[in-house]
Design a protein around this ligand. Structure first.
Ligand code: NAD
Length: 488
């Protein structure tokens, strides 16, 4: 059965589907970067509202601009914009729902003018983004918006129609201003702390380079709410496509699969209005930061606890590592004793339950996340997620033994050899510096943490170095399992 509007009535009963008349839905949101995460998350929340008879003027018009997005255009064209969302429960059961909230899709290279007029139309009141971290175009070294990026530079020259997110959205805003139409809100849903602030900085920097008066107007009039988004959404595989066909008889060129858990915490800053997302389970709050800290220090930092200890224990899949009772106990102790004391009160969240759920999510065998993925790019992760926990604990005179052990497990892993002498491929933009540093630990056990750009002054603080040196020595002399046994 090819997935289309006409086929909705004939889907198997167990498959959820739109109960609303999709032809009555109008697009109020233009979304850049319709990939897997947007479809498992934001589009699903809007679909919930539509099913409840709400938000009929908040349908989604997808916008794609990367070469790869032509595939999404074709897939959505074949299905009238419908797609199957498959939730993979830890016990192996599956839950399938056809999502109907994406009612239109524009591929900018086909017709940039159509995208610009869509953005200029008064009906669009939110432009949302999941364009990845790199999509904000900041130079990692200087921290500045990269005006030399060739696509951005071409848009700024303006001798062809705009082709980047920045060129398109800023030109859309310029037309609205010229026509006296109020600006839309720009809502980043990328996985970045302070994603709204980040989006504001990029769009303002681009506008500033294009037209400083427009930049002043943007800074005064356009809202950029921050948000925390969470749902583990892996890449769709051919097996996933085959499963949708075999289990439910649905021919869907691009289904999306995800874990059952989902969370969206959103700052309530939408001068041009917004859908009643709180009715769909979104936490709409005044300030997102406490939720971000909770997620980064509990979920993301624990992922680092799984990464190196997990690898050294011989695990290659996240759920196998997370189901090792010793490692699970260690992670829970890290969360309770060291991460939780650094969090601010998180309104409406029971932290105990949140942590229980995290351990269950990590242990979901259906998602098949890899330990190697978590261990990659550590020099971007440990300093952002774990070092702040250590600093705050030290400032308050509280213990850091478990956090220090995670840092030591990274230092041990970065030596590039596991406990049976097998090589480890250290994937990190600074691998060429880090691996030799880690290997010099034989002579100077503090060598790795003396790297100030990653660790600040931690190597000079005995409250940190004492448990760190203990863990590192124990990892070398007795291995990961014995070290964890002593720690918990
Ligand atoms: P994806 O690869 O399926 O989709 C990414 C989309 O962004 C594609 O449409 C791509 O063309 C577009 N894109 C990439 N670079 C761009 C650029 N420079 N300009 C414009 N568009 C660009 O990836 P995904 O799984 O949907 O994840 C996207 C983002 O969502 C992540 O980077 C992350 O910030 C956020 N997120 C993902 C997850 C997850 O588990 N997958 C969870 C939370 C948050």
């Amino acid at each position: 059965l090819s997935l289309t509007d006409d086929a909705l009535d004939r889907l198997p009963a167990e498959v959820g589907r739109p109960r609303y008349d999709r032809s009555e839905v109008r697009a109020g949101i233009a979304h850049f970067g319709v990939g897997n995460f947007h479809r498992s998350h934001q589009a699903m929340y809007l679909d919930r509202l539509l099913n409840d008879g709400e938000a009929a003027d908040w349908g989604i018009c997808g916008v794609g601009l990367m070469p790869r997005d032509a595939q999404m255009r074709d897939a959505l064209r074949a299905t009238d914009g419908l797609f199957t969302l498959v939730l993979k429960h830890p016990d192996g059961t599956r839950e399938a729902r056809v999502i109907g909230s994406v009612i239109d899709y524009l591929y900018a290279p086909d017709d940039p003018e159509a995208v610009l007029e869509k953005l200029a139309s008064p009906q669009i009141r939110i432009v949302s983004l999941t364009v990845t971290e790199g999509g904000y175009n900041f130079d990692p070294v200087t921290g500045e918006f990269d005006l030399d990026n060739p696509a951005v530079a071409a848009d700024l020259r303006g001798d062809a129609p705009p082709a980047t997110t920045f060129g398109l959205i800023i030109e859309g805003l310029r037309r609205r201003r010229e026509r006296g139409i109020e600006p839309f809100t720009i809502m980043s849903c990328d996985n970045i702390q302070g994603n709204g602030d980040m989006a504001r900085r990029s769009f303002a920097a681009y506008a500033r380079a294009a037209d400083s008066e427009l930049a002043d107007w943007l800074e005064a009039n356009v809202a950029f709410p921050n948000s925390m988004v969470d749902r583990i959404t892996p890449v769709t595989t051919d097996d996933d496509r085959a499963e949708v066909r075999e289990r439910w008889g649905i021919e869907d060129p691009w289904p999306v699969v995800a874990e059952p858990f989902t969370q969206w915490v959103l700052e309530d800053h939408f001068p041009a209005g917004r859908p009643p997302l709180q009715d769909a389970g979104v936490q709409v709050v005044d300030e997102v930061e406490p939720y971000e800290l909770m997620k980064l220090r509990l979920l993301n930092a624990s992922h680092q606890g799984i990464a190196y200890f997990g690898w050294l224990l011989g695990y290659r899949l996240v759920h196998d590592a997370a189901r090792d009772p010793l490692l699970a106990r260690f992670l829970r102790r890290y969360m309770d004793d060291e991460a939780t004391p650094t969090l601010r009160p998180v309104p409406g969240v029971d932290l105990g339950e949140y942590k229980d759920t995290l351990l269950e999510r990590f242990g979901n065998p259906e998602v098949r996340d890899t330990v190697a993925r978590l261990a990659a790019d550590s020099s971007n992760r440990i300093p952002k997620w774990l070092v702040p926990v250590i600093n705050e604990q030290l400032a308050a005179g509280r213990p850091v033994a478990l956090s220090a052990a995670i840092v030591a497990s990274w230092a041990r892993y970065a030596e590039g050899v596991d406990e049976s002498g097998e090589p480890i491929e250290v994937v990190d933009q600074f691998a060429e510096e880090l691996v030799p540093l880690a290997r010099s630990q034989a002579d100077d056990p503090l060598a790795f943490v003396k790297n100030r750009s990653l660790f600040g002054d931690l190597a000079e603080r005995p409250e940190f170095t004492e448990p760190y040196l203990w863990a590192l020595r124990s990892l070398h002399e007795r291995g990961a399992r014995a070290t964890l046994e002593d720690l918990v």
